[in-house]
Design a protein around this ligand. Structure first.
Ligand code: NAD
Length: 267
């Protein structure tokens, strides 16, 4: 049990967001909650990967949303209207995600899983960084950039097929089997949620604690997942719509918080 936080006070701050606690007390409180909760999960958004050099969408200073409107550039209608422009607008950025390396938040989440304190990580990110870091149970509810599929025959092929053709000036990249247009295996705006989201909903059954990290909680339906947890902890640089309902709220960078959380657990 971490020092300074008594069992009674953990119950007392249940819906107070840790108001009145300093940073270290909040870290100790989250460590305490992890230790007493039988089923805990982590839910991550783009903010967990900004420290790996991948910009998020909605950070008030550097979010991609300030430069381009993903509804117009990364939506199903944009892809179908002009697939060539869709790849011109998105492919270089996605290709850069594939070069990124996990940061200390991803690595600490692996350690929490290995210690049996969390049962896995549900992520909105498409950058594969949780898997690259070594997380074993990962639900990628918005897909990933490891494969793509044909819009006509639905065959799945490695993402490299997109990149190689685009580099060879074949845009839009085409299916080698039927000549149809290839699309990435990510959930675009206007796409239906896939099997992985259904599996994540299943995983949320009986969840006692959800650590939400680096998400503005504005992209639905994934942003509704905290509703399915008995308690929620928010780790985000900026305020979120869930702050007033969370057990603990920490407005700090995810890398720092997860590293400090590991230290508090081990102390
Ligand atoms: P978002 O951009 O809407 O919100 C990110 C939040 O993280 C912001 O509130 C920001 O303040 C916070 N943040 C930024 N850096 C942080 C840090 N180091 N530590 C703590 N907080 C930090 O992201 P979202 O809620 O995930 O929704 C965006 C959608 O865009 C997702 O569906 C995701 O699939 C997609 N997306 C993914 C990636 C990726 O795969 N890395 C990148 C951009 C967008």
């Amino acid at each position: 049990m971490p020092s300074k936080v008594a069992w009674g006070s953990i119950k007392a701050f249940k819906v107070l967001g840790g108001n009145g606690m300093n940073y270290q007390e909040k870290i100790n409180a989250i460590a305490g909650l992890l230790k007493i909760t039988s089923k805990a999960l982590v839910f991550t958004g783009a903010g967990v990967s900004t420290e790996s050099g991948i910009p998020d969408y909605r950070s008030s200073d550097k979010g991609l949303w300030h430069k381009l409107d993903p509804m117009r550039t990364a939506s199903v209608s944009a892809m179908l209207r002009d697939p060539g422009a869709f790849y011109d607008n998105n492919l270089a950025r996605w290709a850069s995600f594939r070069q990124a390396e996990p940061n200390q938040a991803h690595r600490a989440i692996v350690a929490l899983e290995n210690m049996g304190l969390i049962q896995g990580v549900i992520t909105q990110n498409i950058d594969s960084l949780h898997l690259k870091a070594g997380s074993r149970r990962v639900w990628e509810v918005h897909g990933h950039l490891r494969t793509c599929r044909c819009l006509s025959c639905h065959s799945h092929v490695p993402f490299e097929c997109l990149l190689e053709q685009y580099d060879a000036k074949i845009n839009p990249p085409l299916c080698q089997i039927c000549g149809g247009i290839l699309r990435p295996d990510v959930v675009l705006f206007e796409d239906a949620m896939g099997k992985e989201y259904a599996a994540a909903l299943q995983a949320m059954h009986g969840c006692g604690l959800l650590l939400v990290a680096g998400s503005s909680l504005q992209v639905y339906p994934a942003a509704g997942l905290p509703e399915l947890s008995a308690q929620v902890v928010i780790i985000n640089r900026e305020p979120t719509p869930w702050d007033s309902r969370a057990a603990v709220v920490v407005h700090e960078t995810a890398g720092l918080v997860f590293a400090d959380l590991l230290q508090a657990i081990k102390a």
